[in-house]
Ligand binder design. Sequence first.
Ligand code: SF4
Length: 472
Amino acid sequence: MCGIVGVSLREPLEPHRAAYSLYYGLYALQHRGQESAGIVVSRDGEGSRISKGMGMVPHIFAPDDLKRLQGNVGIGHVRYSTTGSSRIENCQPFIIDYKDGSLAVAHNGNLVNYAQLRAGLEGEGRVFTSTTDTEVIAHLLVKELLIHKDLVEAVRELMRILVGAYSLTLLVNGRLVAIRDPLGIRPLCIGRLENGWVAASESVAIDTLGGRFLRDVKPGEILMFNGADEEPRSARLYRAATTAHCIFEYIYLARPDAILDGRLVYDTRVRIGELLAEEHPAEADVVTSVPDSGVASAIGYSDRSGIPYRETLMKNRYVGRTFIMPEAEMRDIAVKLKLNVLGPQVKDKRVIVVDDSIVRGTTVRRIVDSLKARGAREVHMRIGSPPITSPCYLGVDMKSKGELIASQHSVEEVRRFIHADSLGYLSLGGLVRAVGMTEKHLCTGCLTGVYPVEVPGEKWTARQMKLSHFTP
Ligand code: SF4
């Protein structure tokens, strides 16, 4: 998971306006990645100016950095690593200068055929400065641009080669371009600003910039922005038999105030809680949530069950999301720092705790233990997704089955491990109903072990990215 943004603005009175817009857009997407961030801007194709670094958005960009980034068009990226380790060489956007110009790329997603594509490019003598799949995309696009000259034809060829998830914002010779993979696995949307256009992973970035959300970028679509006043040019390069929107965006990844593929994430999470109450009722005194992603579902559970909702876990908002931090030791410390129990709300009570998912089980066990240590009589865990049993190969850091408690253990074994009095997971059918799409339009790979693209050694469905399944 990463966050991307792009703006194409009217030639500004203040020459650093694009950099500031990207900065605030990235700040709104900070939940999608906290390891590094970068901004590239250009003015009418006159070369690019870049600033990037490790850490969170407000710590990387000082006001003087942003003032230096003069230009009216640009892209930005917040990163959390799925391919390539957490180091400065892997920060995005990537810039490549080539014979006919320059290209900058910001990428959200993960390529399944990264290693094979990279080996091919290295065999042709191309040199890589990072270990990420994004640099592979940049090199491949340059290669196709040199062959085809026309951007649309080059991207059509690129899409034919790439297997996996990719939402992209590009700066091609100073022009903003937005691309979404043919299955629409990761989100991407566009909006209108008073002084131009914006493309972003989630609509919350558009809201933050005071813009008007227009629509999602369609799966397989390229949008080329030509200045602030012209409508962007669109071409639908491939149309898959079905889409494969990541169901986890609705459960956990996206902000609740985001609109993804026409659905407000908050509404989906409330419905998740309502259906969870129907599928797994419990006798209890209070319903509570693990903040923040469990809140809307806990409210839904409370509404449907009639059991009052109370806050019992107080979050230290200055600690990052534990799930995002890749090192195990960092995760441990972060969990301890992150949540404190409001003792009187749970003492002698039977408590239903709603959370979005269980990955390793260690965080939830600490929460159950903390509630019991503060006097909770019973703790009933309710989870707004089915058990996560398989890794994600498409841009979320769930790397191996060994890290996923539900891939090795039954629900009863997980219940015992987390010390809960009862444990109930929402069924896949319930989750799909809550999202409001049919299952065939969603990726459910980490829940079912069946992926929407060909993953070596795994099961995959017939909507895989083979050209024969697309109608150009
Ligand atoms: S495998 Fe899971 S997390 Fe990964 S894209 Fe599919 S639904 Fe999303």
